[in-house]
Design a protein. Structure first.
Length: 277
């Protein structure tokens, strides 16, 4: 649950610029509705929630667009799963790619930081090649960047929909439902962010996923709690074991990168090959 005081809306300024019908966001006011879809449980449920609202408000499907960012470290079957979700929902899918795959980005970033003498507090430079909780370029550069580029192709009043939930983390517990996105605004375009899943519990999400009638991604059947990059820095050891088993090419690339650099993706200093034993 979020920590804002009852009756206080920290996104009041954004709400004042939007139109609501019966307390519900009116999707008809937007020229394009861009839905961020990863294939995980939250975006699975969110896609159907947005489509249901669009149907009830008479918004045609061609005004909706699903966005999927392929970082280069996705589960091998994630793109096909996202495609099936979008086909079942009747929503067009746009897949975007970063300039470099995530593995390539790690190599490039490590070399760049070493050349510039950028180090961590302990004096080492190599570790900064890997994403970390404080430097999540795997999200900002590999996902948000390509999605932003896609959004800039459209003009008018746009809505970007994302699936964060308050219960996911302390940081997300402070998120607001509506947000302005000034970095994407121009004379031809104004972009608003909508987080419709904030108040839903994990149990709520699973119930919504079941109601869609479309099977969830297979990673959940195997014991993973989330669908992210294969080898995500937030993966628990048992999840990493599954991810690397199912995506051996990614394991080989990460294992080789750790061996060649002398640094580990894990902040603990433990090699990925040891974490999955």
């Amino acid at each position: 649950m979020n920590e804002f005081l009852p009756g206080f809306e920290p996104d009041a300024a954004e709400r004042a610029q939007l139109r609501f019908v019966g307390g519900v966001l009116d999707l008809r006011q937007f020229d394009k509705i861009l839905i961020s879809v990863s294939g995980g449980k939250d975006s699975h449920a969110m896609l159907w929630l947005v489509c249901d609202l669009a149907d009830r408000q008479g918004v045609p499907r061609d005004r909706l667009l699903a966005m999927y960012a392929d970082t280069g470290m996705e589960w091998h079957n994630a793109p096909a799963h996202v495609q099936r979700l979008c086909e079942a929902a009747g929503v067009e899918l746009a897949t975007v790619y970063p300039v470099r795959t995530l593995i390539e980005r790690m190599k490039w970033q490590g070399q760049r930081f070493i050349e510039r003498g950028i180090t961590r507090r302990d004096g080492s430079a190599g570790r900064v090649m890997f994403p970390s909780p404080r430097c999540r370029y795997c999200t900002t550069v590999q996902k948000k960047g390509p999605m932003d580029k896609l959004i800039r192709q459209y003009s008018g009043k746009l809505l970007k929909v994302t699936g964060e939930r308050w219960a996911e983390s302390k940081a997300r517990s402070t998120y607001t439902e509506f947000v302005s996105v000034p970095r994407l605004n121009s004379r031809e375009r104004v972009v608003y962010g909508w987080r419709p899943m904030l108040a839903y519990s994990e149990a709520d999400i699973w119930a919504m996923v079941r109601d869609t009638g479309v099977p969830r991604h297979v990673c959940y059947e195997m014991g993973c709690g989330r669908l992210g990059c294969a080898g995500c820095i937030f993966s628990k050891d048992h999840e990493l074991r599954i991810e690397m088993r199912e995506n051996p090419a990614i394991f080989e690339a990460l294992d080789r990168l750790e061996a060649e650099s002398g640094y580990t993706m894990s902040m603990s200093g433990k090699r990925i090959r040891d974490r999955i034993k």
